[in-house]
Design a protein around this ligand. Sequence first.
Ligand code: F6R
Length: 252
Amino acid sequence: MLKTDIHFTGIKLIVADDCDEAGHIICEMFKEVIKNRRNALLGLATGSTPCGLYQNLAEGYAKGEIDFSEVRTINLDEYSGLCRTDKNSFGHFMDEQLFSRINIRPENIMLISGEKDPRTEIERYDSFLAENRTDIQILGLGENGHIGFNEPGDYFIAGTHEVELADDTIRANARFFSDISEVPRRAVTMGVNGILNAERIVLAAYGKKKADAVKRLLSDNRIYPELPCSILKAAHDVTVVIDRELYSCIGG
Ligand code: F6R
């Protein structure tokens, strides 16, 4: 690990050598939470960023170091219209990357269904979040500063909601699809209240493409909806984990 300190925004900053080391560091944070609470509620994300975390968690289970039998999970978002068996859905991603590799109980997994009526899913999610506190939340970061699918806009949206994806998000996520025209235009996402509901938040970002958003996040104390991740300055326990490549782009 290159560097760790408390930033003036109140956010803890960890600079890992690379995304492999970052995945290991974040996994240790998750392990500690699960060790202290067998039925911990883990807030999970999809995309490239958390893959190292999921690999380390699955290895931890295989080595007998982590028991997921009581652990619960809640995911941030899902594309509208995609069912869990669709290879591009976030539900399918989670099954492949983590759930099929650990001893979690299916009834302890909370995912948004992209094929159900969004209003029903929104109500189900917000009722669950009103009654359950997430113990630790992993977040990836959009190049445009989004967290979950809370896209840049004129205001923050507190609750779970359906969103029109920003053009740059569609472009960034096209790499997971055979053609950009296949990327769904809408998604259902946890809102900022759901994210801030977590006891502890870990935002991970790797590589120079995320440098601009991270620089804007750490450059001042402002919270503003054009930079959705800036809402994290309102949370009490936030750690940003970046790699050395990104750090060098933000003047580190
Ligand atoms: C996915 C999600 C998104 C991603 C973000 C970064 O569940 O909530 O906010 O975390 O788009 O994606 P990657 O990690 O693929 O760069």
